[in-house]
Each structure stands twice: as C-alpha cells, then as structure tokens.
Design a protein around this ligand. Structure first.
Ligand SMILES: Cc1ncc(COP(=O)(O)O)c(C=O)c1O
Length: 479
C-alpha cells in the first residue's frame, strides 16, 4: 500500500500503520542533499531529539482540517463551531495521552516546552526562599526558569551520569520544609537515561513537595502516565513539545493540577480569557480559557491530536522494541571503531531501559569538526555541542571548574574554538539499520583521518566549513 499522494486518500483514515508503512509515509525520507564532492546523497536525520519530521497522512489530515479551519470559541458560524469542537477533542486526546485526569488536571497549550515551564514558574506561588530541586542533567529549559522565582538546588549524579537517588534523599532532608517543587526530566536529551520519576515523585510528595516532569524527550518514545492524584507516585505537572512528537506545527503542552491555575492571576491577559470587563475590573473565564490568552495555535493542537492517534495505532511495544534494537545496533557498531568514546550507558543488552540518544566523541577530532564532516561528506544530520544541557555535558566530559572558567572567558570574548561538547545521534521510530551503517562508516573514516575536505573554523560561531563548498538554498526551497 502506497498512499503518498494525498489525492486519493486525503486523510488516510483507515490506514494500517507499521514501521515499514511509516517509513514510506515519512515526509523527506528520500531527499537528496549536496555533498562536498559535488554528488548528492539521501539525507539521514539522526537529530530526532531536537525535532522529528512528520508524515504525509498527518500533513494531509491538516489539509482536510484547513477546509474547516476557523477561529475557536468565539465564532457563531459552522466552521468556528466545528473548529472549536475538534480543538477540544484534541485537548481530550492529549490529556489522555499523558494519563491525566480531567477532573484533577487542566491541559494548557503554549508555544513549546520552554514556554510551558516558564508559565508554570510564573504561576506557582513560589517565594525567593522556597527551594526548587532540579537535577544536574536538565535541559536549560527546566533549570533557568526556576532561578528567577526560587532558590534552585540540584540533585547530583552518579559517576555513570545517572541521577543519584541517594543525593536526592539527602537534599530533601537538607532543605526539609522548603522544597516546594521537584523539577526533573523524564529522560535525558544527552544520554537517553530514563529517570525513575515515579519513585522521585513518591519521595517528593512524602516531603511535601510537588513534582514536574519535563517529558519533552520521554513522550515521543514511551507511554507516560501522570497517575491519579491519590497515588503518592503521581506527577503534578508535565510538559512536552509537539515538534518532538512528529507534529512540527508549533505547540507545547502544560498539564497541571487545576488548583494551581484556578488560584492566582494568569500570566498573560487579553482576549479570550475574560468573562466580563469594565473600566475598573476584569473577571477571568474558567479554565482552560483563563490561561490561554489570545488565539491559540489551533492547527498545532489538532495535528498533535492526530499524531497521538497514529502513535497509539502503531503501538508503544513496536516503537520501544524498534528503537531499542536500533540503539543496541548502533552501540555495538560504534564500540568497534577505534577512538570512539561513548558517554553514558554503552551496554547493548539494556537499551529497552533508555532512549535512542547516543552522545560520543572521536579521539583527537573536535566534535563540531566531526559533525561538519558527517554533514558535508556523508549527508548525515547529527548535533554537536552541549545540547542546552551545559552542566550535564561538562560533567560527562569531566571538565573541571578551572577549565570551565577558561572556556567561559573565551566564549565571552566570542571565541568558540575550544567549546566543549560531544556529537549526538538520536533516533526516531522510522530510522533504519542501514542508516546507522552509513553513519558508522563515516565515523570510522573520520577516526582514521580519512575524510577529504579541508575545513576552516569560524572561531566566533565555533563551526567548521569546508573549502570549496557552495550551495544556493534557493535551489532546494524558496519562500
Ligand atoms: C529535555 C528537554 N526539555 C526541554 C526542551 C526544550 O524544548 P523546546 O525547545 O521545545 O521548548 C528540550 C529540547 O530539546 C529537551 O530535550
């Protein structure tokens, strides 16, 4: 069955999804990209931890919806009523997707995970003396917003880079009575480690704190459940981004205890979130409207609802097994390449317990140079650097405080020549073994110094570019 064209089956309602059919339906799976030697090659996307591509039937479904698209909540016309109806249906689907309970939780839409966490930081009644316990493995999005509203303390790490539950217990004791929130990632965007977040939640609740899970990395790869509020291991707040779940149409999700948002003032005010306004006063609407000022990203919400249905049709078991197999295969192959150092768990036998995110370096080759060679000579997209998790990457690289300070001084002087970091490959549910073979062949070449380009370093940007490579992006896409 091939239904790439939307002409015959616009929304593909009856399609049976398997990994094979998904690969056929992935938008951009066979795009040719130009290499340094003038040839072209099929692009490989190993940067799914940053953003995932989407599928033809999702784009087709959106095109179907656009026939009915209108603003939500306010219009009296049929299209507005239909749009409002499907918008709320999608909200229900998203609430169910994270195992939240509509009676206890409200699902709010934001721009992305970052905005969702900032919103929560603005809305929780925290005082400067309150403690938010986060971890040393967080993405900056789950660390910096908390610095603005409370005292931030960090749960430490074990030598292998996993979270230290012993240190967590110690910190709960040390700051007893002051810890108001434990903000922890579901899974690391650097090592793919999955945290024991329900145990963390149970310990946090016993200490009188609430719990936020940053599910930006976990949600695309594992089913999550916030659990009933009566369960000590429940999650009070959860955030994620649609663009990492095969729905790159622009929304973030914040699911949280209704009480948090029923109380207090909304962080943004304007249209769509008031019941009555006079010149002196404004009365806020009920949730969720109270917390969603202005016109929401209706398209983004509807598409996220659709992709969730597709993920559920494929089934988590299939996704988990496939990604674990890919990860094991990649770990085995990378381990055989001389000069490759992998950070985090390297055991191919335990990959069902972690995500398909692998950070590594190649001996004597700067990470950003290796990433450039993979792109310009291999047509392979990975990521290099610290992945917005500077503290964690420096911990894994064992960068001491003195060296860290030197890097900071250089970067402040706009010199990114020696910026620390690693390469990161990250899998989506559609990636294939053959793609890993191509990456490993290139990595082996790089490790042996057998790449062909001469690369110049842009010191200010910390990026390598090969001499003699000229591409006009207009040849590929135009506005
Ligand atoms: C664990 C984690 N949290 C938060 C974010 C931020 O997501 P966004 O850029 O969609 O706000 C990311 C993005 O990579 C992430 O990996």
């Amino acid at each position: 069955m091939t239904i790439k064209s939307s002409a015959t089956n616009p929304a593909a309602p009856d399609m049976t999804w398997t990994l094979e059919t998904l690969r056929e339906q992935l938008i951009g799976i066979d795009e040719q990209v130009p290499l340094l030697d003038g040839s072209q090659v099929t692009y490989i996307n190993f940067d799914n931890a940053a953003s995932t591509p989407t599928f033809y039937p999702v784009a087709d479904h959106l095109r179907e919806f656009l026939k009915w698209y209108s603003n939500v909540h306010r219009g009296t016309g049929f299209k507005s009523q239909l749009s409002s109806w499907v918008f709320e249906k999608a909200r229900e689907t998203i609430t169910r997707f994270v195992g939240a309970d509509e009676a206890e939780h409200v699902t709010l839409f934001t721009k992305n995970t970052t905005e969702a966490i900032n919103k929560l930081a603005n809305r929780l009644p925290l005082k400067p003396d309150d403690v938010v316990l986060t971890t040393l493995m967080e993405h900056h999005s789950n660390e910096l917003p908390w610095r603005r509203v409370a005292q931030v303390e960090h749960i430490g790490l074990e030598a292998d880079g996993t979270l230290s539950l012993a240190d967590f217990r110690k910190k709960l004791e040390k700051y007893a009575g002051r810890v108001k929130l434990v903000a922890v990632t579901g899974a690391s965007n650097v090592t793919g480690y999955i945290n024991d977040f329900h145990t963390i939640a149970a310990l946090a609740h016993a200490a009188g704190a609430r719990v936020l899970m940053d599910a930006a990395q976990l949600c695309p790869h594992r089913p999550v459940s916030m659990l009933p509020v009566s369960d000590p291991a429940h999650l009070d707040y959860l955030v994620f981004s649609a663009h990492k779940v095969y729905a790159p149409y622009g929304i973030g999700v914040l699911v949280g205890l209704r009480g948090t948002f029923e109380e207090g003032e909304p962080d943004a005010v304007g249209g769509g979130m008031v019941d009555i306004v006079n010149l002196e006063e404004a009365y806020w609407a009920d949730l969720p409207d109270k917390e969603e000022a202005g016109t929401p990203d209706i398209v983004g919400v509807v598409v996220l609802g659709k992709i969730i249905k597709i993920i559920e049709q494929i089934g988590w078991e299939v996704i988990i097994r496939h990604e674990a197999e890919l990860t094991a295969y990649a770990l085995e192959k990378l381990a055989k390449i001389e000069g490759v150092e992998i950070y985090g768990d390297t055991d191919p036998a335990t990959t069902v317990n972690r995500l398909g995110v692998i950070s590594f370096n190649i001996k004597d080759v700067p990470h950003n140079l290796a990433a450039a060679v993979l792109n310009y000579e291999g047509g392979i997209g990975v990521r290099a650097g610290c992945f917005c998790a500077h503290t964690y990457v420096k911990y894994l690289l064992k960068v001491d405080r003195v060296t860290e300070k030197q890097y900071e001084d250089e970067i402040r002087k706009r010199n990114r020549a020696n910026i620390p970091g690693t390469l990161r490959m990250s899998f989506g549910l559609y990636n294939a073994r053959e793609e890993i073979d191509r990456l490993c062949d290139m990595v082996a070449k790089i490790a042996a110094g057998e790449y062909s380009g001469t690369y110049n370093l842009d010191i200010e940007r910390g990026e390598y570019r090969p001499q003699g490579y000229h591409v006009d992006f207009n040849d590929f896409f135009q506005l």
